[in-house]
Write a protein that binds this ligand. Sequence first.
Ligand SMILES: [Fe+2]
Ligand SMILES: [Fe+2]
Length: 303
Amino acid sequence: MYVLHIRCILCRELGIIFWKSVPLDLNAGKRDQEPEAWGRGYMNILFIGDIVGRPGRNLVKVLLPSIIREHKVDFVIANAENAAGGKGITGPIKDELVGAGIDVLTMGNHVWDNKAVFDFIDNEPRIVRPGNYPGDCPGQGYHTYISGNCTRVTVVNLSGRVFMNSLDCPFRTADRILDEVRGTSDVIIVDFHAEATSEKQAMGWYLDGKVSAVIGTHTHVQTADERILPGGTAYITDVGMTGPMDSILGMVKEEALHKFLTQRPVRLTVARGRSQLDAVLLRFDPENFTVKTIKRVRYYSEE
Ligand SMILES: [Fe+2]
Ligand SMILES: [Fe+2]
């Protein structure tokens, strides 16, 4: 009997890790390893890009246990605004992703697309939606968690406003949230869910030295600009997408093309086929909780 087994093929120059699905390999212990152990002596946080539909969820379930084990990941954050058929999230899907090993699910402009979210978001501390929605919206814009190694990790979700909904100012909302969590967090991770690269870079510079990381989401395409800013904040414009590769942002490409060609509304559905998992690994010095490295990773399945 064959079962899915994950083998790591490293591209050391680019720092990108490609994974392939192959039949069960009884020599698993001999598979390629990174030259330096990622986790030893450090605290590691994995941030996974927008999970799109069933293909994205399935890849998370298959890969995440191996990723956690191989890279000594202590805490996992994932954007799940597209987890339910590309639009929003449901209770069972939330449980599915948490069961796969994700500690916190962040959201974005699709947070309210599936009305089932209203049934549980107020009672689910593991979901964080953009904090700059109007004050009477259900859910929470940030939350502080205790990771497995007793580190206090605050996860903040903010939405951009350029080419997006006109919400409260994300910059001033960040100020307000940081005032509230000051002194009670060791690590602060901001998911800035925004369309415009300029607005994302602006948020990175605005929060440099004030938070541990500003991770961009929403555009579904991983950018190659990850870095530690001068003030010590890790930054990437967009972490990417977890879902079907042969698609347009995770959706069936013919449907999206039809929409562009006809300029008429088209119902978009999640694509099928081989999938990718995009993420960044953040490595922290456990002595002072400063972020030492941010590393892009990409995994994919062949089917
Ligand atoms: Fe998304
Ligand atoms: Fe989005």
